[in-house]
Design a protein around this ligand. Sequence first.
Ligand code: ATP
Length: 237
Amino acid sequence: MAELLTAEGICSGYGQVQVLWGAGLRVAAGERVVLLGANGAGKTTLLKVLVGLMPAWEGSVRLDGADITGQRTDRRVRAGLAYMSELGVFPGLTIAENLRIGGQFVPRAALSRRIEELFDLFPDLAAKRRALAGSLSGGQRKMLGIAKALAARPRLLVMDEPSAGLSPLFVQQVIAVLGRFRAEGAGLAMLIAEQNVAFLDLAERVYTLEGGRVRFSGTVAELHADDALHRAYFGLA
Ligand code: ATP
């Protein structure tokens, strides 16, 4: 599979505090990858380095084989990366406004068509397009976050804990929506940082991050086959 995003030897942190210690991962075109890790493992920090919201102290990030380590976030977005943070949406703006911000680099006419496509995909949002995002339920807000990220027609959707703050029922709905994109074979690659192992159902490959270092990289089946990792992430069952 063609290389899409590759990070190698990433070190980064906050002020004097180093959080990432040589972390690396790769996502091929159209591939779904989960970055699994407990609270504080450094998942958010690594994603922010990948999308350019935090600098890499050491290491490199490549997109389509080209070095983008120091590139600004907006350029990465134009090149096909979309980032959904844990918050995901602007609560003080309407649903339609949020989608326009997500697609801010898409030409106007194409964006209007794209937003109508997204409303077809997310009918609950279409019914409330003029409502404030802040008035939505947690699950709907997460759907809007996904739709907002998709407004730019990315090739790689980078998501930070899509399950955060959601009840198990809504988590399943989010997984089902993301699974539709996978089933459609739309070629959309995904990198999903999670501590909820339910998201592994969506993925071909998984990385585990512990203390800012990648401990395991392999297929989901290989993760299950590793006793220690299985116990760590799935409990004793
Ligand atoms: P979570 O699920 O809690 O978001 P995470 O795996 O995404 O966890 P990070 O948010 O990347 O982890 O945090 C990694 C470490 O960096 C933690 O020890 C955290 O306390 C620390 N950290 C995060 N943000 C900051 C910050 N702004 N300033 C200082 N330390 C920070």
